[in-house]
Design a protein around this ligand. Structure first.
Ligand SMILES: *Cc1c(COP(=O)(O)O)cnc(C)c1O
Length: 457
């Protein structure tokens, strides 16, 4: 154990007594005990028993440059010694904050040249939600307030974030969604495509956007929001027909297109941003996670010129911001993180080298009896578990199956995530080929174990 905590031999008990965890059943967690993670290096982390894990999930989709980057720690340390904090409210800024905005803009689509900083992806959701409405009001379109989002999308846990997200089990806690947010279907062909081909299904669900705009009235719709690839929803990679059709619809109607880049941004898909992978340009794009590789909390919203110009010339004061918007230490850490991504060519590495290798390794699972489909883009991938390959039938309790397979992997030293019965990968962008092999082999063993267990029943 770390020397600083050597007197705490009972951390798990203290945790159970005092710490409420995010997205957790505390009764269950307290009974099973918390795992205490103490150290990280490269793609590995170690818990308090000394057990080593290959983190094939990059923390929570975020540790893109891997653990143990002392230059990021040093950049934050230097900034904290020089100036630990100052705000950006009263006509002020700090050097790393401003330089970070420039750096991010230089990598995003050509019209995305402005950044509003937040401390998280959830706050970024709340931020663009207000910008979208303020934008249309400033242009004299008072009624353009409705936001169209998608079932099983994820946009964070604040009231606006959870409302924009399409997780019904989140909506049930706290009477969400708030007014003015409506959801259309997601492009999840495996589960919801029925008899349609993936291409036809992609068109069908994309056209729900057009139908919804017509139903609500274009004059009442402010924006449509989507993750380029849904993350928390299960790494749902849309059929090839989907984004081109969304692009067509958004060009036809006067609504803002919002790409939630919190996961897809900063190299995960082998492009700097997900909108570049799918070749469209959003008007607003929330970012977080890989922006700092999680070393310090920071997020933001990329704002396109036409929106930024209305904010500047027609809104006057925009009454929105966080005490820590553009926090200098977090900005310094993020700048160094982006410098590493550039210097080591990690985006190109994902696109040309480790991404294709990962896709091939993962697809070796496609023949497995328990596997329905295998999908990936860059270093974001999913393996869908099935009870019957031919009919795409799911197990009766998909969550239990996914959790069991995940636990099997974790006890064998590889951290993957389960969303229902989909096994998700999102490793650091520095992962080596042999580590990809280890992750895939570990999942294969867990799937064998699942198949053999089900046969015995
Ligand atoms: C994680 C996530 C968020 C929320 O970000 P937080 O930093 O957890 O608030 C929003 N959108 C997407 C797509 C995410 O994956």
């Amino acid at each position: 154990m770390d020397q600083r905590f050597a007197h705490l031999s009972n951390l798990a008990a203290i945790d159970a007594a005092h710490h409420i965890h995010p997205f957790s059943n505390m009764q269950k967690l307290n009974a099973e005990g918390t795992r205490i993670i103490e150290r990280g290096e490269g793609v590995h982390i170690w818990d308090s028993t000394g057990k080593q894990y290959l983190d094939a999930f990059a923390g929570l989709w975020c540790v893109n440059v891997g653990y143990g980057r002392s230059s990021i720690a040093e950049a934050a340390y230097r900034q904290m010694q020089e100036l630990p904090y100052y705000n950006c409210f009263f006509g002020t800024t700090t050097p790393p904050t401003t330089l970070l905005a420039q750096k991010i803009a230089s990598r995003a689509g050509p019209k995305l040249n402005h950044v509003f900083f937040t401390n998280s992806g959830s706050e970024a959701s709340d931020t663009w939600f207000r910008i979208a409405r303020v934008y249309w009001k400033a242009l004299g379109h008072e009624t353009k307030t409705r936001i169209i989002a998608r079932n099983n999308g994820y946009h964070g846990s604040t009231v606006a974030g959870a409302s924009l997200g399409g997780m019904t089990w989140m909506h049930e806690q706290g009477n969400l969604p708030i007014d003015g947010i409506v959801h259309i279907n997601q492009p999840y062909w495996y589960a919801e495509g029925g008899e349609l081909s993936p291409e036809d299904f992609g068109l069908k669900v994309a056209r729900e956007l057009e139908e919804k705009i017509i139903e609500l009235g274009e004059e009442n719709v402010a924006a449509f929001v989507a993750e380029p690839i849904q993350g928390a929803g299960g790494v749902i990679i849309p059929p090839e027909t989907y984004w081109p059709e969304i692009k067509r619809i958004c060009a036809k109607y006067q609504i803002l297109l919002v790409a939630d880049e919190v996961i897809c941004g900063f190299g995960r898909l082998g492009t700097w941003f997900g909108h570049q992978y799918y070749d469209f340009e959003p008007d607003l794009a929330p970012i977080a996670k890989g922006l700092s590789s999680g070393y310090l909390p920071i997020g933001g919203v990329l704002v396109a010129d036409r929106v930024a110009e209305v904010l500047r010339d027609q809104v006057g004061d925009f009454y929105h911001g966080y005490t820590y918007s553009g926090h200098p230490a977090a900005a310094a850490a993020a700048l160094e993180n982006l410098r590493i991504i550039e210097e080591e060519g990690l985006v190109e590495r994902v696109r040309d080298d480790i991404g294709p290798y990962f896709a091939e390794a993962l697809s070796s699972l496609a023949d497995h009896e328990a596997v329905g489909e295998v999908v990936s883009v860059g270093l974001m991938g999913a393996v869908q578990i099935t009870a019957d390959k031919a009919s795409r039938r799911r197990y009766e309790k998909p969550d239990d199956i996914g959790t069991a397979v995940r636990n099997h992997c974790v006890s064998n030293g590889v951290i993957v995530r389960a969303t229902g019965d989909r096994m998700l990968f999102s490793p650091p962008l520095i992962i080596a080929r042999k580590e990809v092999d280890q992750a895939v082999d570990t999942l294969r063993n867990a799937l064998d174990w699942l198949r053999d267990g089900q046969r015995q029943r």
